[in-house]
Design a protein around this ligand. Structure first.
Ligand code: PMP
Length: 353
């Protein structure tokens, strides 16, 4: 008999049973192009810290709100340390912000398709999500977002999974016309030419969420951050709670920000070159990849389950989507060193359309 099998499990909060665990999207494979991480690896100074963990001193708690790391991030993005909150990945920043600024029973508005965790974080915090379709020009639907009567507006730029940036004018109009919190998710900021950080200085209702999981090559250490008005930051830190970033992660991230920026710039340059080359090759093969400002490309593919299976059977993992709004079936491919891109192209072959 299984332990406790005769007794019912406790009842969860109302609505909690509609949530499910995050699915592993790709099975183990030799070339994983599915999660938009840095396929060149982890930068050298961060690696040096990780190779000498005993020097970090993990027998004590880390800085509760990561004071040294906040200073390093503030220098990197060009704002005061009081305008930075860190978290266990930017997931933790997004969740904490929604919890701090969204009332249970309220609504969050975002575009569709966008980062899949957003409706989950909304639901976890008792909010429902209103999905707005992108405009025909691919930009954010400013009027629709503003008329949604939401408490929080979420904009992802560059957007995951489509890759396009929102227009700065559109974001600025939303920020200045909306009374609630505007979250701008810039997980892929380093790959786009536009810096949105000045917006947080002009608009006290804007929070920018960023991460060290992507170009900084530290997804396994779980470090994200928010940039915003000190008043917003304080509420997010209350919602987040202390000690959410481990001592080793704090030390590795600080070292990377101090010493690894030239390495990061090289990776960005190579990513952008490989992205252009991949786009051109895809067009030659008969595909119509979406324009991207990030380190991934979305490729509409009608027969997406078969294509994804064929890639995986040959050792290449991609993220597949079956019913994206306005797009349909598609695969999302992370840009990496060219040898990986060539392997992907060789298996993908010409479009069957
Ligand atoms: N925002 C976007 C748009 C993402 O794509 C991701 C990860 N895929 C995240 C946030 C969360 O990243 P992390 O928690 O690793 O910082």
């Amino acid at each position: 008999m299984t332990a406790g099998s005769e007794r019912a499990t406790p009842t969860t909060r109302v609505g909690f049973d509609r949530l499910s665990l995050y699915g592993e999207h790709v099975a183990a494979c030799s070339t994983d192009l599915s999660d938009n991480t840095n396929l060149w690896g982890t930068p050298p100074a961060a690696q040096r810290v990780l190779g000498n963990v005993s020097a970090v001193g993990v027998s004590r708690y880390p800085s509760a709100y990561t004071s040294d790391l906040k200073t390093a991030i503030s220098t990197y993005v060009g704002v005061e340390p009081a305008m930075i909150a860190t978290g266990c990945g930017s997931d933790n920043i997004l969740d904490s912000a929604i919890r701090a600024f969204g009332n249970s029973g309220g609504t969050l508005a975002c575009c569709d398709p966008t980062f899949t965790m957003i409706p989950v974080f909304a639901q976890l915090n008792g909010l429902t999500t209103t999905l707005c379709r992108f405009g025909d020009d691919g930009d954010i639907p400013v009027d629709e977002l503003l008329s949604s009567r939401a408490e929080i507006i979420y904009i992802c730029s560059p957007n995951n999974p489509t890759g396009a940036s929102a227009s700065v004018d559109g974001i600025e109009t939303v920020a200045s016309s909306f009374g609630g919190l505007v979250i701008i998710d810039q997980a892929y900021a380093e790959y786009s030419s536009v810096s949105l950080t000045p917006l947080v200085v002009r608009h006290p209702n804007v929070l920018i969420a960023r991460t060290m999981s992507k170009v900084f090559g530290m997804a396994g250490l779980r470090i994200g951050y928010g940039i915003g008005n000190p008043g917003i930051i304080r509420e997010i830190e209350k919602s987040r709670g202390p000690y959410m970033v481990g001592a080793t992660a704090q030390a590795a991230a600080s070292a990377a920000l101090a010493e690894d920026l030239p390495w990061i710039s090289n990776v960005v340059a190579e990513t952008l070159a490989n992205r252009s080359r991949l786009m051109a090759e895809l067009v030659t093969l008969g595909y119509a990849p979406l324009r991207s400002d990030a380190n991934f490309v979305l490729i509409p593919v009608a027969e997406e389950p078969q294509v994804t299976r064929r890639l995986l059977d040959n050792g290449v993992g991609v993220r597949s989507f079956s019913h994206l709004a306005g797009i349909g079936g598609a695969i999302r491919v992370t840009i990496g060193p060219w040898q990986m891109m060539q392997q992907f192209l060789d298996i993908l072959g010409p479009s069957g359309k």
